[in-house]
Design a protein around this ligand. Structure first.
Ligand SMILES: Nc1ncnc2c1ncn2[C@@H]1O[C@H](COP(=O)(O)OP(=O)(O)O)[C@@H](O)[C@H]1O
Ligand SMILES: [Mg+2]
Length: 336
């Protein structure tokens, strides 16, 4: 995950999950990608182990401030579960470290699933020929192609980086303001060092000014939803871009969308994700460090993290039982 001091305790979903683990009496250590290390073919992490306390504050802010850690180099395969909570862009080498322990530890989300779904291409290639749930989307580096799509396209379109998060770089293009398009495309696509970026050009979904819906999906099923309404001065609904949070009950169409994508998410090992829906259309699947838990907790007076940790405990138990069973059967064979 990101470093402890970078957490804003009031609205950090990772902290809410950590708090729930610790409250249940589990031991816990945190680390950042830069702290992964191989020693004699074994993957370790320079970790910060949280000191156990008799009394754990119910308030996330004081839990965050009062937490104490000691440093220890620990083997990854010794943990029951590893939860990945780093923000994009994805560090591919970090995943290779974790690959070496994926048969020993329950990792959420699954590493191959994250590889597949860590950017917005995951939804762009979702099978939906008639654009029933995915807005018409183009992903490319080809500027001439982008310009021709904009020229022949609708009045409003959305341009965004393939790898962004938190609403950063998401802009609304309007046909009557096309004078800056060359400069914009140069800025989004070309880097100073000669490398280049893919961009997404997407149909503007009507109704986006009313906000979007964030749904947290656990093991293929929705466990919480909220509406994010953009502030007066922005077209984006992200809370980090000034959006406000309200209660939201899923509409029939949104439930249907969840039913359509749920099985694929589970198949890809994407057990805990946050999806963004605008007007019944799927805009994004957040698989790296989905957020929203604390906001949902506030508007619904609930603790969404309890469901997440229940699920993790079940998964770990399943894995431990399978190990035990195999050990017993193996003994039987050995003694034959
Ligand atoms: N196709 C679109 N039509 C209308 N609004 C959009 C569209 N795509 C993105 N937005 C607005 O921008 C916000 C951020 O876009 P999103 O694709 O979720 O990227 P990020 O990863 O930065 O959150 C959305 O929540 C929405 O308010
Ligand atoms: Mg989003």
């Amino acid at each position: 995950m990101y470093p402890w001091h970078e957490i804003s305790p009031e609205n950090d979903s990772t902290l809410a999950m950590i708090h729930e683990f610790v409250k249940r009496g589990h031991g816990l250590a945190i680390t950042t990608p830069a702290n992964l290390t191989i020693r004699d073919s074994v993957a370790f992490a320079f970790s910060r182990v949280m000191k156990r306390k008799d009394k754990i504050s119910n308030n996330l802010k004081s839990f965050h401030t009062k937490a104490e850690f000691y440093d220890e180099m620990l083997p990854l395969a010794g943990f029951d579960v590893i939860i990945l909570r780093s923000n994009p862009p994805l560090d591919m080498i970090m995943l290779n470290f974790l690959d070496s322990v994926k048969d020993d530890v329950f990792i959420m989300n699954d590493l191959d699933g994250i590889r597949r779904a860590n950017n917005k291409l995951y939804t762009a290639v979702f099978e939906d020929e008639n654009n029933e749930i995915i807005p018409r989307t183009h992903v490319t580096k080809n500027k001439e192609y982008l310009k021709s799509v904009i020229k022949d396209g609708p009045d409003k379109m959305i341009l965004k980086p393939l790898n962004g998060f938190g609403g950063s770089g998401v802009i609304l293009l309007e046909k009557r303001a096309m004078k800056s398009i060359n400069s914009l495309l140069d800025f989004y696509i070309d880097n100073a060092d000669g490398t280049s970026n893919y961009v997404i050009l997407q149909e503007y979904i009507e109704g986006a000014d009313q906000g979007d819906v964030r749904v947290l999906i656990l093991n293929g099923k929705p466990i919480g939803a909220m509406r994010r309404v953009p502030g007066e001065e922005d077209h984006r609904s992200n809370v980090s871009a000034g959006g406000r949070v309200e209660k939201h009950s899923l509409t029939k169409q949104e439930k249907e969308l969840c039913r359509r994508i749920g099985p694929k998410l589970v198949k890809d090992g994407l057990y805990f994700v946050g999806i963004d829906i605008i007007n019944g259309m799927l805009v994004e699947v957040n698989v790296m460090s989905p957020g929203g838990i604390t906001y949902m907790n506030t508007v619904y007076k609930t603790k969404v993290q309890e469901k997440v940790i229940d699920f993790v405990e079940d998964k770990v138990l399943e894995m431990v039982n399978a190990f035990e069973r195999r050990k017993k059967l193996r003994k039987h064979v050995d003694e034959a």
